[in-house]
Design a protein around this ligand. Structure first.
Ligand code: FAD
Length: 181
């Protein structure tokens, strides 16, 4: 119910938050679900004294990660969390056996199921679980299949976010072997 309320609040625009700020199930802004740009817009619009924490304003450039001047030792926003997570997920597929045992296949299915429940951006997790349940259960019979499936999963998010799709014939060059010269 709290989650539904948070979603409803988001849709209604209550409380008055900048576009892109996603509330967590507790009704507070969810850092892992919100981009740094939106978070900073919220920080700017907050009354003095109620600014969200962890947006440092005087960090030397050497410690920053992007043009938005975000310190590299701050909690991740939805994009940084996403990039790091995709690196982990694609690297898992790159190191998956060519001939996995039945136990490895079952562990992998279980991992993806738990991942879909525990991913810290809850709106991302909800959509990802729905995608898996909608005829896209993890394909884990071998490395090639799992790698392609993960690429398709990533493309589903790319499409949702209006980003270009990645050519899944190239997943292995991107994540395992390196690009052919
Ligand atoms: P990323 O999409 O993070 O990709 C990193 C690198 O992977 C790219 O540079 C490219 O080299 C490579 N790559 C791109 N596509 C593919 C592919 N299909 N297969 C293999 N390699 C590829 N963000 C939201 O704002 N809303 C969401 O609902 C949301 N849902 C997410 C769900 C999951 C499960 C995950 C892990 C992340 C989600 N994200 C979401 C984050 C989002 O996908 C991106 O990670 C984030 O926007 C940063 O994007 P990016 O352009 O830097 O590259």
């Amino acid at each position: 119910a709290a989650k539904a309320e948070a979603k409803q609040q988001q849709e209604d625009g209550r409380p008055n938050l900048p576009k892109g700020v996603v509330l967590g199930p507790d009704g507070k802004p969810c850092r892992s679900c919100t981009s740094v740009a939106s978070w900073m817009a919220m920080a700017r619009s907050s009354p003095s004294g109620s600014k969200p924490t962890n947006i440092a304003t005087s960090v030397p450039p050497a410690q920053t990660t992007s043009s938005l001047d975000i310190p590299s030792d701050c909690p991740p926003d939805v994009e940084q969390l996403g990039r790091s997570t995709w690196t982990l997920l694609h690297s898992l597929t790159a190191n998956y056996p060519e001939r996995p045992s039945l136990t490895q296949q079952s562990d992998t299915r279980q991992f993806m199921s738990l991942f879909g429940k525990m991913y810290p951006c809850w709106v991302c997790a909800d959509d990802f679980r729905a995608w898996m349940q909608n005829g896209n259960a993890p394909k884990v019979s071998n490395r090639e299949e799992f790698g392609k499936w993960m690429c398709e999963a990533h493309n589903a998010v790319n499409v949702k976010l209006g980003k270009p799709s990645f050519d899944c014939d190239k997943w292995e060059e991107r994540w395992r072997t390196g690009w052919k010269d």
